[in-house]
Design a protein. Structure first.
Length: 412
């Protein structure tokens, strides 16, 4: 099955590699130079049986304006890109992938697909002398998104029920780009389209990449003279067919239903038409702000059992202390008369120094008003921190019911 999958992907890779070199503004043979190295290296170092490395539409677009049609710059870019990726892998920075959300990735790929597709209309129609400014201008972006490249492997691993190592993926892709620079390749990454073909043809191990690499090498050895006669319109058609599925209208409908995810998606999608790096950075910033907001405003469920029970649905960290303080003051300490509180911390697994100081002040305020504050369901790691802080009048129970019994007895 690996042989069949490798041949199938190889026959898909050759025309796409030629077309993507056109997107990058390079002679078509540079697409083939970039297409074979990944098959050999990823077979040894990769962690996904499905992923195929090689030229892609998005990476070619990212390279286009920086390279400026100069193959030497393309080769240098591959070396620099690979060095950065390898360094990230050795420093175990693969976790950065977790901070790029799915809406950001989809917004970027949809915008890139639209840009690439419209950019090829001139070749399909035989138009000339279109101002270069009409197309998306991209520069120095290769170092901004290396952590997104293992997402191809994540997508297929989730479908085929296995796991990948993001750091190992970065190392494999980085080494491929470094070694590729010695054979005149420009930067490569995982291809969604060819990876899907590889998976659907039943590949069993990464060894299918070796067959793909051999097919590309044979094309370089024996078919190069024939490539001269391939019309640009044909290559443009290949590109348009390859990027069309990247515009996924169904996911937009899903984002519309989950409206919070629509914000980073639209931010990335719209800004990518201005500058690709602004799209990626803008989407990550918006996603980060949404994440920080959730941290700073944790969900606090309040129920009245004669004594107020406040249940925290997430961990406590310094951004959330002011909000916790506001809720407790509003609901309990400023009530008339002041109310006792059971703080259900069953879901809290971490606290920091700022939180401990805030809890110290709250315990003092409760004591001044003659009411009680009891912690219930503290995890051992959190209890250990609170005991080490030597909080005065700290009381804790294993359950909410036990805390209610204590406070109800005090009230009576």
């Amino acid at each position: 099955m690996d042989l069949i999958a490798g041949l199938t992907v190889g026959l898909t890779t050759v025309p796409q590699a030629l077309a993507y070199a056109e997107v990058a503004g390079l002679p078509v043979q540079y697409g083939l130079y970039s297409a074979f190295m990944g098959g050999f290296i990823y077979t040894v170092l990769g962690t996904s049986k499905d992923v195929t490395l090689g030229p892609t539409a998005i990476m070619s677009l990212l390279c286009a304006s920086y390279v400026g049609g100069d193959p030497v710059r393309a080769v240098l870019l591959s070396l620099l890109c690979g060095t950065i990726q390898t360094a990230m892998a050795l420093l175990r920075l693969g976790f950065l992938l977790d901070f790029i959300s799915f809406p950001v990735i989809k917004g970027f790929t949809c915008a890139a697909a639209v840009t690439i597709g419209f950019g090829q209309v001139k070749n399909v129609l035989g138009l000339k002398d279109i101002p270069h400014e009409f197309f998306l201008q991209v520069y120095y972006t290769f170092y901004r998104i290396p952590e997104t490249r293992p997402t191809v492997g994540y997508t297929l691993s989730s479908q085929n029920d296995y796991r990948i190592d993001a750091n190992q993926e970065l190392f494999a892709i980085g080494l491929t780009n470094i070694m590729g620079s010695f054979v005149s390749a420009y930067p490569v990454t995982g291809s969604f389209g060819r990876t899907a073909v590889n998976s659907q043809t039943g590949v069993c191990t990464p060894a299918g990449g070796i067959v793909t690499g051999v097919v590309v090498l044979l094309s370089l050895a024996f078919l190069m003279p024939a490539f001269y006669y391939i019309p640009k319109a044909s290559l443009a058609a290949v590109i348009i067919c390859a990027v069309a599925p990247m515009v996924d209208y169904r996911v937009v409908i899903q984002f519309w239903r989950i409206q919070l995810d629509l914000v980073p998606f639209l931010t990335t999608f719209l800004l990518s038409f201005w500058e690709v790096q602004y799209g990626i950075v803008g989407g990550v910033v918006v996603s980060g702000l949404m994440l920080l907001y959730n941290v700073a405003r944790p969900s606090i469920k309040v129920s009245d059992h004669g004594v107020l029970v406040m249940e925290l649905d997430s961990g406590l960290s310094f951004p959330s202390t002011e909000y916790l303080n506001t809720v407790i003051y509003t609901q309990a300490l400023r009530a008339s008369p002041p109310r006792s509180v059971v703080l259900n911390c069953h879901h809290v697994n971490t606290v920091d120094y700022t939180v401990v100081n805030e809890l110290r002040d709250l315990l003092r305020q409760f004591k001044l008003r003659g009411v009680g504050l009891i912690f219930s369901g503290l995890q051992y790691s959190v209890l250990e921190v609170l005991l080490a802080a030597d909080l005065p009048d700290l009381r804790h129970t294993t359950s909410v019911e036990a805390a209610l019994t204590i406070l109800s007895g005090n009230t009576q």
